[in-house]
Design a protein around this ligand. Structure first.
Ligand code: CAA
Length: 285
């Protein structure tokens, strides 16, 4: 398998009570760098970010990077309690369990997050699943699960926060779509349809809210080094996927997180309705 990204990135953020400062760090092999100092008062005023599927894989990297950038972060997850507890212990980021394919569960979950840390300014619709298989063998359950989790969730989650964002005249909605929503993928009719739907959702919602200080953007990751991609049969990954990636490696979750932090910033207010590809050059649009 071609090499991985040159270096891993770990973000961390801690309060130093003596100096009343929150110190955010980034760590790479052979390097440990302070990237930001924030006072406690700044933190109390910080924007609130909610990351769905935020305790593992790409979502965990997004949660950590947003925290390191000074956001108050909440991470939702669907089922893996052990991973969520480990993530919480390591990062100090509060975790919430609900199913993003359920509108009522999203309503209750967002209400709880808002009661705990404040109104959501930045929503990252990241949660997603795969149920791959050739379409002529695909079951209705495989179809419904992927459509409801990967596309229905954008309605279920965004609907909970959009009115508040409109009232406060600020919001960032960032939808994690996929290269396979742009180009299609053998074995992923359900997933490609949902992820393409995420891009249409992004554009229409961006138009409706462009005047109100709310931006809506999509990020399309390529094949990223996560459990989801590791679940692709090894032979398929090595023969049919990796050779198509010009940078000659899988992407790293932190590369998606970096794009999220960029789009979430107050200074990114002019970027809306866009689709940012982060795919190692595999598909250029
Ligand atoms: N391209 C062309 N032909 C393929 C193929 C491919 N990628 N994969 C399988 N085939 C062929 C097989 O060789 C087989 O051909 P024969 O009948 O001539 O032998 C035929 O298609 C049927 O194959 P299977 O019976 O194995 O099909 P299946 O229903 O079991 O599905 C599969 C197999 C699930 C598609 C498997 O090949 C696979 O997992 N492919 C990878 C799919 C993928 O890329 N998923 C991405 C997951 S990561 C992700 O989604 C994150 C993201 O956003 C990028």
């Amino acid at each position: 398998m071609p090499g991985l990204a040159p270096g891993i990135f770990i973000s961390a953020s801690v309060f130093n009570n003596a100096s009343n400062l929150r110190l955010s760090f980034v760590k790479r092999p052979g390097q440990f760098r302070l990237i930001k100092k924030t006072t406690k008062e700044d933190y109390d005023m910080a924007r609130v970010a909610l990351v769905t599927g935020g305790t593992r894989g790409i979502g965990a990297a997004i949660s950590k990077s947003l925290k390191a950038a000074g956001y108050k972060v909440a991470a939702s997850y669907a089922g893996n309690d052990a991973a969520a507890e480990k993530f919480k212990a390591e990062t100090g980021i509060p975790v919430y369990k609900w199913d993003v394919s359920s509108f009522d569960a999203c309503a209750a979950g967002v209400k709880q997050v808002e009661a705990d840390i404040g109104p959501v300014d930045v929503l990252i619709n990241n949660a997603g699943i795969t149920k791959d298989g050739a379409f002529h063998k695909m079951t209705l359950d495989q179809w419904n699960a992927v459509i409801n989790t990967n596309l229905g969730s954008l309605f279920n989650m965004t609907r909970q926060v959009i009115e508040g964002m409109r009232a406060r005249k600020f919001g960032r909605v960032i939808n994690i779509s996929s290269i396979n929503g742009q180009k299609g993928q053998f074995g992923q009719v359900n997933y490609s349809a949902a992820k393409a739907g995420d891009i249409g959702f992004t554009k229409a919602l961006a138009l409706e809210n462009a005047k109100g200080g709310i931006t809506v953007n999509a990020i399309c990751p390529g094949y990223i080094n996560t459990e989801m991609v590791q679940a692709v049969p090894k032979e398929v990954l090595e023969k049919s996927i990796l050779p198509l990636i010009p940078v000659n490696r899988l992407g790293e979750p932190e590369e998606i997180a970096r794009a999220v932090v960029f789009l979430a910033a107050d200074e990114a207010g002019g970027i809306t309705g866009s689709t940012m590809t982060v795919n190692g050059g595999q598909y250029m649009v």
